[in-house]
Design a protein around this ligand. Structure first.
Ligand SMILES: NC(=O)c1ccc[n+]([C@@H]2O[C@H](COP(=O)([O-])OP(=O)(O)OC[C@H]3O[C@@H](n4cnc5c(N)ncnc54)[C@H](O)[C@@H]3O)[C@@H](O)[C@H]2O)c1
Length: 366
């Protein structure tokens, strides 16, 4: 198949490219390039074609000839959403839906959307949430995923199969690491500062999933007979990977026993807490069998740190924290405040970076 992966120069993207290439597909990547310089290890597998493009500016011609699009491109966490809510909606929602509309008009038959379990938000009740649970988003980022799913549903018909992969919070080693993600962040604290710093009170529930299992889910969704995935949402993760944050911290402590566990409670404002039922993907997404436990993920991350010289400062730098990199590019006047490259003819230099109402430590909030 001919596959287009948007957002292929991010954290999940290189692992996604590798999974599709190893399965024998032709893979093109399309990305605006916000994090292209944030590589930490060389790419082991390259896409067959690379398109540098803002998804807000693509045309049907960019998408013609592909059988399937895996749509990862987005502003990818809550802190970015809080700083620039309108841009999060513009890129994650409006441009995603437009991309799908253009794809459909160009004859692309399948559109795999990287959604998120965060659309369940502040969940009540004791039962883990199935795909039928109500949406309860508590951030602009999560709202952008809900609005996208609802709009994409309207495009589903005999010629166009959207699939919604509601990924849990990711962990794992990528050529473009992120340390603004929960498990990666806790391991980074443990390995660089010798303490495991939980900034909430540790009680919220959070399901986790390895990035290779996310890539496997997208690959299964692309290869499945259309009838098995048509217009379907799948929670992507494992039932035994629903944890309270303090349990995740304890898993890190077991891997790094010399580190001190420190529960600070300073980010009580993060309302997310959800336990998720992952049966549907395991039972109905053909071939999908997520294989990564967090213990294995902790060992993988430890091995990564064993081969590098990271410090508490370096892991919190713009190389690894998405919002810091965007702020840097804007401060350096490489990006406008609407996150378009300065030399892009559609950019206007009058764009102002929105004033932040977020707390000073919000860039790295996990
Ligand atoms: N990482 C997670 O824990 C997680 C969990 C659930 C869902 N997701 C979703 O998976 C996707 C990928 O996440 P990630 O962790 O790799 O994020 P990331 O921030 O590392 O990568 C996102 C990529 O999208 C690109 N991008 C952003 N805006 C763009 C635009 N206007 N035009 C073209 N490219 C653009 C960026 O340059 C970047 O390469 C996102 O949609 C995210 O919401 C991620």
């Amino acid at each position: 198949m001919r596959i287009l992966i948007t957002g292929h120069q991010g954290y999940i993207g290189p692992v996604m490219v590798r999974a599709f290439k190893r399965a024998g597909h032709f893979v093109a990547g399309l990305d605006i390039g916000y994090f292209r310089d944030c590589l930490t290890t060389p790419l082991d597998v390259l896409p067959d074609q690379e398109i540098t493009r803002d998804i807000r500016q693509i045309s049907a011609e960019d998408l013609r000839g592909f059988d399937c699009i895996v749509h990862l491109a987005a502003l990818s966490n809550d802190p970015m959403g809080e700083l620039a809510p309108e841009l999060t909606l513009q890129i994650n929602y409006e441009a995603s839906v437009r991309t799908a509309q253009l794809a459909k008009s160009a004859g692309v038959r399948r559109f795999i959307f990287a959604s998120s379990c965060s659309l369940y938000g502040a969940a009540s009740g004791d039962e883990p949430l199935t795909e039928a649970a109500p949406f309860n988003p508590v951030s602009v980022y999560a709202i952008s995923k809900v609005k996208s799913e609802l709009a994409l549903r309207e495009l589903a018909d005999d010629s166009f199969t959207p699939v919604y992969l509601r990924n849990a919070t990711a962990f794992g080693v990528s050529p473009r690491m992120r340390f603004d993600l929960l498990l990666n962040n806790l391991m980074a604290w443990a390995r660089t500062a010798g303490n495991i710093r939980v900034t909430s009170d540790g009680t919220p529930w959070r399901p986790l999933v390895h990035i290779e299992d996310i890539a496997a889910a997208a690959l299964c969704s692309a290869e499945a007979p259309a009838g098995t995935v048509h217009n379907q949402a799948f929670n992507i993760g494992r039932n035994d990977c629903n944890f309270r944050i303090r349990d995740i911290a304890q898993a890190v402590a077991r891997e790094v026993p010399e580190a001190r566990l420190d529960i600070t409670g300073e980010t009580a404002g993060d309302l997310r807490s959800y336990r998720v039922n992952f049966d549907k993907a395991s039972n109905h997404l053909p071939g999908f069998s997520p294989s990564w436990s967090i213990e294995r993920g902790c060992r993988e991350l430890c091995d990564w740190f064993n081969c590098r010289h990271e410090t508490a400062d370096s892991f919190q730098s713009r190389r690894y924290i998405r919002l810091k990199q965007l702020k840097h590019l804007v401060a350096e006047r490489q990006l406008t405040a609407t996150l378009r490259w300065m030399d892009d003819e559609e950019s206007t230099t009058n764009d102002r970076w929105p004033a932040s109402t977020a707390p000073a430590n919000a860039d790295a909030r996990v």
